[in-house]
Design a protein around this ligand. Structure first.
Ligand SMILES: CC(C)(COP(=O)(O)OP(=O)(O)OC[C@H]1O[C@@H](n2cnc3c(N)ncnc32)[C@H](O)[C@@H]1OP(=O)(O)O)[C@@H](O)C(=O)NCCC(=O)NCCS
Length: 327
């Protein structure tokens, strides 16, 4: 196998590899849209290849794999640097996916570290097991997962006869403002506590979130015990054009249930209610991005959705950046 720099001459071959990789994941995840993303991949890969942070692998002069990262950026005010490889940032057509990605990463990481990129972030298809294992063994750790659900998939649930589910309009949202903000505070506090320990600094001040809840894009589905609001789940359009950004897809965001009501299947009923309402409006798939570190999120979302990607991170020792001199 020969490793070379990214080369726009091979852009079309790389686009085909990206589409092949996506179709491989589709075989495992029924909810993924059965779409050809080659136009999207072409535009995005051209940009990545121009940034020059990546490598290509060749066998008999044919492109068999590539791995590309975006531009190197500052990750904090101290000027520490990082780089991210998106989900379409790799493609492999090879019997031995582990060896191929391992070799590509070795060459790409060398260059990234020479450019002082310390914090590396990669996205991998969830069922690309050999690649996933290679990164885990290369000291990458899981951070985030993307999950998806076809809204026509049945839910197998016991009916919660005693509870009412409904979508809240903007007036009702304002009326229940303090309950909704308490739910949101509860979600954030859940993330701050053990075993997650997210600081959540980017979600502060909490009050600012209420304006998002009022935006036209956001829909809030709620559970009531009589007149008492006991839980909510929200949805909004995805932002990325790949998978989550299509017209027939929305992303679910916050879910919260009053602690006194947990463990009786109410949140599941609320999710089913949201799923069915979204289906009525022509939505085909719903997605969620959640932290893999959060056991409640794993337990709840992964019960009803299928994982299709993992984001993994690795911090390189800050003393080992730049050109490493032999000792
Ligand atoms: C997550 C939450 C909405 C679940 O509400 P709920 O009504 O108790 O959930 P359900 O009874 O419908 O549970 C459905 C499934 O979710 C999973 N689940 C629920 N609570 C869980 C927990 N604490 N840990 C792990 N999995 C859990 C289980 O798979 C459960 O299925 P099971 O009962 O067959 O085991 C509620 O616990 C909550 O508000 N938590 C705080 C906020 C939060 O964690 N949000 C999700 C993370 S973003």
């Amino acid at each position: 196998m020969e490793i070379r720099d990214l080369d726009l001459l091979y852009l079309e071959d790389a686009v085909s590899l990206a589409q092949e990789n996506y179709e491989m994941e589709c075989k495992h995840v029924g909810g993924l849209p059965d779409l050809n993303y080659m136009v999207y991949f072409r535009t995005k890969l051209e940009k990545l290849f121009k940034s020059g942070n990546g490598k290509m692998a060749f066998e008999n002069n044919n492109l068999v794999a590539y791995l590309a990262f975006g531009d190197i950026f500052n990750i904090n005010e101290q000027g520490d640097k990082g780089a991210t490889s998106p989900l379409f940032g790799y493609g492999i057509r090879s019997e031995n996916r582990a060896v191929t990605i391992g070799k590509l990463f070795q060459y790409v990481a060398k260059e990234l570290c020479e450019k002082y990129a310390q914090s590396l972030r990669i996205n991998i298809y969830a069922h690309d097991i050999e690649v996933l294992q290679t990164y885990i063994m290369s000291s990458f750790s899981m951070d985030v997962t993307d999950v998806i659900r076809d809204v026509t998939e049945p839910f197998e649930l016991n009916k919660c006869q005693d509870y009412i589910f409904k979508e809240l309009n903007k007036e009702e949202l304002k009326f229940y403002r303090s309950d909704i903000m308490e739910f949101y505070r509860g979600s954030i506090n859940h993330l701050r506590m053990s075993p997650v320990f997210y600081h959540c600094r980017y979600f502060l001040p909490l009050e600012d979130r209420f304006d998002d809840f009022l935006s036209d894009d956001m829909r809030i589905f709620a559970a009531f015990d009589g007149n008492k609001l006991i839980g909510m789940i929200d949805s909004e359009p995805g932002r990325d054009a790949f998978i989550t950004g299509g017209k027939g897809t929305v992303c679910m965001g916050d879910v919260f249930l009053n602690p006194d009501y947990r463990g009786r299947g109410i949140a599941s009923q609320m999710l089913k209610y949201a799923n069915d309402k979204l289906k009525e409006c022509g939505i085909k798939t719903i997605c969620v991005t959640h932290g893999t570190i959060n056991p409640t999120a794993r337990g709840f979302w992964d019960k009803y959705f299928q994982n299709y990607s993992y984001t993994m991170t690795r911090q390189i020792d800050s003393n080992m950046l730049g050109i490493i001199q032999p000792i």
